[in-house]
Ligand binder design. Sequence first.
Ligand SMILES: NC(=O)c1ccc[n+]([C@@H]2O[C@H](COP(=O)([O-])OP(=O)(O)OC[C@H]3O[C@@H](n4cnc5c(N)ncnc54)[C@H](O)[C@@H]3O)[C@@H](O)[C@H]2O)c1
Length: 340
Amino acid sequence: MLKVLLAGLGVRGRHWAQVIERSERAELLAYVDPSADELARAAAEFGERPAFASVMAALDSLDDVGALVLANPPMGREGIVRAASARKLPMLIEKPLALSLAEAATILRIVENAGIPLMVGLNFRYLAVTQATKRLLARQTVGNPEFARFTYERWRDGRRPDLNDYPLTMAHPMLWEQTIHHFDLMRYVYGQEPLRLQCQTWNPSWSMYAGDSNVSALIDFDGGLRVNYQGTWQGNWAAPGFEWRTDCTDGIISQQDEFGALYYARRDDAELTAVPLPPHERWISETRALFAAFVAHVVDGAALQCSGRDHLMSLAMLEACIQSSASGGGAAIDEVLPEI
Ligand SMILES: NC(=O)c1ccc[n+]([C@@H]2O[C@H](COP(=O)([O-])OP(=O)(O)OC[C@H]3O[C@@H](n4cnc5c(N)ncnc54)[C@H](O)[C@@H]3O)[C@@H](O)[C@H]2O)c1
């Protein structure tokens, strides 16, 4: 059993508590959160366990920690990573690894110099719909992808008590908190890397976010694919809108819900064909699969998935978006990627 220290017990940390508890290969050893209220709530919901106000305090007291799952907000993680690296602890850290490419690169240097694995919490890769899309592309059901449109429209009320509120004041909340998943999915599903992009970010007049909640980007990938991306957290209808449509040489693939609803059609088909998907428990099923991959790496030596190094490329896409939007011109990915 992998003994896991869980740090950060907010919205995402509570998903993690359920996932670790339900794993047959791991044990939830102790909780960390600076908030006494969150520690008390976790004890009430998931059972009494040793509880600490910081990762450092936990590591000073516990000598049998096998891994750290870190679900605090993505600010100020460097000190925590240093302390865990000194203890040679494998880490699973929530996306985005940091709120700048430079800070993410520093974190990566720390773990790579210590020779320990760092996996990033890119749970959307593990959705059945994502895996099914990859299979459609691998089997060339509708041929090879040439262009795509990824649309994500959400009225995200950042003041809702069941959502985190730190994005209300951060710079570029849409990019760092949400678009990061979408860009990561593009790279993962298409198996292509971004070369350059053009982007504009802005806020509608009614936005409750201090930083930009709208992102519009045209992305060129190294296999010749072009993706048109539009994402918003302040779409002005509470019903969500989602479509990820890929136009391929013989037809299209269309995903119509963030968690499922996958279809394809050949050019002359009168209707879309639905792709059957297994039942899904939102935030839990795919996070269980992500966690299983982490445990398989740490315990069985399976290949590391969603590595910190791989994540840098998706973070570079965000940074390129910010530069492009500020300059009004395009941005090349290799010009923003740091040397590690
Ligand atoms: N992968 C996903 O689908 C997904 C979904 C939601 C959030 N997230 C990510 O999870 C992370 C946390 O988001 P959230 O929604 O749970 O935020 P949240 O604000 O709801 O919770 C964060 C918790 O971390 C605690 N915390 C603050 N500093 C800490 C520290 N130094 N050590 C330990 N705990 C600390 C806070 O007290 C709070 O309880 C973010 O990186 C976010 O992007 C990922």
